[in-house]
Design a protein. Structure first.
Length: 405
């Protein structure tokens, strides 16, 4: 018998499949609203000007070589990355009780965080992680891979195309004490629906009361509002409240460094002594998994974060990206509501935040958009706002109008 005859054929990843179908389509007005990567107004990937500059600096730096980084990564990168998400004056940083490890982008941070919990977290019963319904599909796979069972908490309400706040709070209250909740720090993927600050405060209250653990995933800092600090608000608030937490950080979107795989895992234990023990175990885990992380992307981000002038330029680049996306939301909203008078309420298009928008259309309507108009999006009606631009937004609005009528 053949060695691998019992290996079942796995389905292709739905997002990568969508991109392949889009690429194969020869229709000139085709639109790709599937993938979560920024595109400029000409639908082209955008190398941030500050990244170009930093790349030049690295190229001219004769002192750099290709030696291994330390197991936990480039120290000047991880230290600056921690300040970026936790805030320069974070009590956790001041007290020296943060642990930061460089990871293979946000996915690697999620994995290392999950692996660490699977080994060391004192679960109340069988290991479980509470994930928002819906969430980034990979969350389910990442936790299952390390033997933590994903369970869902209510998050999105299809009736309001907004947050199911009551359901969310209810789930936090009903979960056994010391449960682990995964929270999207900002720009929730796939819905684009975030809690307000008042809602975050109430969420933090229940989490503190029930002694839950907050597993923050932050893949879009700066990309949501255009402001790095604003997008870090929830994480910083939780730290101030003394809630035990970790944060997974990605520089894929906000620095446009998708393929460079730059990220970090930050854990905030209660004191310095615990932080040392946590760091030692994260090093052991990292060593067996990737030995040490890649250097190039971390050097780029480190330059940008540690040089005030480059940091300022980066902020402007982030504003450019976030601003274009917010513009597209406004244009699409206007077209649907004022010009086309598309049936239904479309306020969510401008109320949602970040790369993605849940349009509220059903799988049949989504399919019709692809089949009739060559517009590619996931069946759940999620669109990547970055796929819209001044050239195709009208075509998209008209096509959407047709399928919902
Ligand atoms: N978390 C969420 C919620 C995401 O949307 C993404 C990117 N799609 C990631 C993590 C990780 O992405 P990356 O590994 O490219 O940083």
């Amino acid at each position: 018998a053949e060695l691998w005859q019992d290996v079942p054929l796995a389905p292709p990843d739905s997002i990568f499949k969508l991109t392949a179908a889009y690429k194969a389509d020869t229709y000139d007005k085709k639109v790709n609203l599937g993938v979560g990567a920024y595109r400029d107004d000409d639908n082209k990937p955008w190398i941030l000007p500050v990244v170009k500059k930093a790349t030049q600096i690295l190229l001219n730096d004769e002192t750099l070589d290709h030696e291994y980084l330390p197991i936990t990564g480039l120290p000047e990168f991880t230290a600056a990355a921690a300040k970026l998400i936790l805030g320069a004056d974070s009590p956790a940083i001041k007290e020296g009780r943060t642990v930061s490890v460089q990871t293979i982008s946000g996915t690697g941070a999620n994995h290392l965080g999950a692996l660490f919990l699977s080994r060391f977290y004192k679960f109340n019963g069988a290991p479980k992680i509470y994930l928002s319904n819906p969430t980034w599909a990979n969350h389910h796979a990442i936790f299952k891979n390390v033997g933590i069972e994903p369970v869902e908490y209510p998050y999105y309400d299809p009736k309001t195309i907004g947050l199911d706040y009551t359901g969310f709070i209810g789930a936090l209250q009903e979960a056994p004490a010391r449960s682990v909740f995964l929270l999207h720090a900002c720009a929730h993927n796939p819905t684009g629906v975030d809690p307000t600050q008042e809602q975050w405060k109430a969420i933090a209250n229940v989490i503190a009361e029930k002694k839950h653990y907050a597993f923050f995933d932050c893949a879009y800092q700066g990309f949501a509002s255009g402001d790095l600090d604003k997008d870090a608000w929830a994480v910083r608030y939780f730290v101030e409240q003394g809630i035990p937490l970790l944060v997974c950080q990605s520089f894929a979107k906000n620095a446009g460094l998708y393929g460079e795989r730059v990220g970090a895992l930050h854990v905030a234990p209660p004191n310095k002594e615990t932080a040392e023990r946590v760091k030692s175990q994260l090093s052991v885990l990292q060593r067996s998994e990737i030995s040490n992380p890649p250097s190039h992307g971390a050097r780029l981000v480190s330059l940008i974060l540690n040089d005030p002038q480059l940091f300022g330029e980066w902020k402007r680049d982030i504003e450019t990206m976030a601003g274009r996306i917010i513009d597209m939301r406004n244009v699409l909203y206007k077209l649907l509501t004022e010009e086309l008078k598309t049936p239904g309420n479309w306020d969510h298009i401008i109320n949602q935040i970040g790369m993605f928008s849940f349009t509220g259309i059903n799988p049949e309507q989504s399919k019709a958009l692809t089949e009739k108009a060559h517009i590619y999006l996931t069946a759940n009606g999620r669109i990547s706002m970055a796929g819209l631009n001044s050239h195709n937004v009208r075509y998209f609005a008209e096509s959407l109008d047709k399928v919902v009528r």
